[in-house]
Write a protein that binds this ligand. Structure first.
Ligand SMILES: Cc1cc2nc3c(=O)[nH]c(=O)nc-3n(C[C@H](O)[C@H](O)[C@H](O)COP(=O)(O)OP(=O)(O)OC[C@H]3O[C@@H](n4cnc5c(N)ncnc54)[C@H](O)[C@@H]3O)c2cc1C
Length: 321
């Protein structure tokens, strides 16, 4: 039997963006619901040490931080719902969201915080070494490799930027690319080639993340030269896969304006999408910063934008009476 839940504000996603939006919306008296999706707590639940979220002098654990955020959201009046949304209708209000568990959600306003997923190479050894030296975020984890050897895999802007960023911590950065030229912008390439801490290995793909020691940690990458077929080892303590991100926007593809990479477009300086009453925050609309604190920041903006939108509507309705 289908159940219907009506709300003034539905938040889709329970990462830092969605939970921060919920905290602000609840404190504004909007009684929001958060639909958590299949990854309650979002991407940070897949990592261990977090050292750059403000407010904590010691290293904290990603899953713990997200449990605290959820508890705070509930404490101020958010209703958490465990469901995954499989279709949305944003053509009329209230907006309608259909959940896998048979519930239909009717929302006066919607905050989309469905995040993005880093793309990985898909090797079993890569999966095994996640958290032991394999990472997809130099800004997040680069600091842990101070004075150590690191490798970056990729050839676009992100890969070149991550290699350059890592030279703040490491004097030995190897960039491994499957082709013989980069897709990255020329200005980034110029900076890369001028940096003597970075060496480039062309025409090569990673075939194995190699671990060693006790506790086990990454010791190197086995790479195959795509021209010769030869296998060689790149010694490194950290390997950063930088082959792009995929924003979770399939649900909205025909309804919201997306940019060329599939991220939700918002009005500059706000979280407003092209549909009045629909707001987007966090990694799903931000392909540049992709940090927990920036996701939380835009989550706050989305709740404030939604609150203003509803208040303006109420004022207009009163004025028309
Ligand atoms: C391994 C790793 C380590 C990281 N380390 C750090 C770090 O140290 N510091 C830092 O600042 N950042 C770090 N980040 C980045 C940070 O996690 C992200 O920037 C942040 O989580 C983005 O938050 P978000 O709320 O926008 O989205 P996400 O955290 O991606 O959350 C998305 C949410 O949307 C939900 N969702 C998606 N689709 C649906 C659907 N159809 N229906 C319902 N729900 C849905 C998911 O279940 C999830 O709850 C790391 C990321 C990774 C992967």
């Amino acid at each position: 039997m289908m159940t219907t839940i009506s709300t003034r504000l539905a938040v889709l996603g329970s990462g830092p963006a969605g939970l921060t939006a919920a905290i602000y919306a609840a404190r504004a008296g909007l009684s929001p619901i958060v639909i958590q999706g299949i990854q309650p707590g979002g991407q940070l639940t897949t990592t261990t040490d977090v050292e750059n979220y403000p407010g904590f002098r010691d290293v904290i654990q990603g899953p713990w931080l997200m449990e605290e955020m959820q508890a705070q959201a509930e404490h101020v009046g958010t209703k958490m719902v465990w469901d995954h949304i499989s279709s949305v209708d944003l053509s009329r209000r209230p907006f309608v969201l259909k959940g896998d568990n048979g519930t239909e959600y009717h929302a006066d306003t919607l905050v989309i915080a469905t995040g993005a997923q880093a793309k990985w190479l898909g090797l079993p050894s890569e999966e095994h070494m996640k958290g032991r030296g394999a990472s997809a975020c130099a800004t997040c984890d680069g600091f842990f490799y101070r004075g150590k050897k690191v490798a970056v895999i990729g050839g676009g802007n992100t890969a070149v930027e991550e290699a350059l960023y890592l030279t703040n911590h490491s004097h030995d950065v190897t960039l491994i690319h499957r082709r013989d030229s980069f897709r990255a912008e020329k200005i980034l390439q110029d900076r890369l080639f001028a940096n003597d801490k970075i060496k480039v290995i062309w025409d090569s793909e990673v075939v194995e993340f190699v671990g060693g020691g006790d506790p086990e940690a990454l010791v190197g990458l086995d790479i195959r030269n795509r021209r010769t077929g030869g296998i060689s080892r790149v010694d490194c303590d950290g390997a950063f896969v930088a082959i792009g991100h995929a924003p979770s926007t399939e649900l909205f593809a025909d309804q919201l304006e997306l940019d060329e990479d599939g991220y939700i477009k918002v009005e500059v300086g706000t979280t407003k999408t092209n549909i009045p009453g629909v707001f987007a925050c966090g990694d799903v609309m931000d392909k540049i910063y992709r940090q927990a604190v920036t996701a939380a920041g835009t989550g706050c903006m989305a709740a404030l934008d939604a609150e203003k939108f509803l208040a303006a509507e109420e004022y207009q309705a009163l004025a028309a009476e």
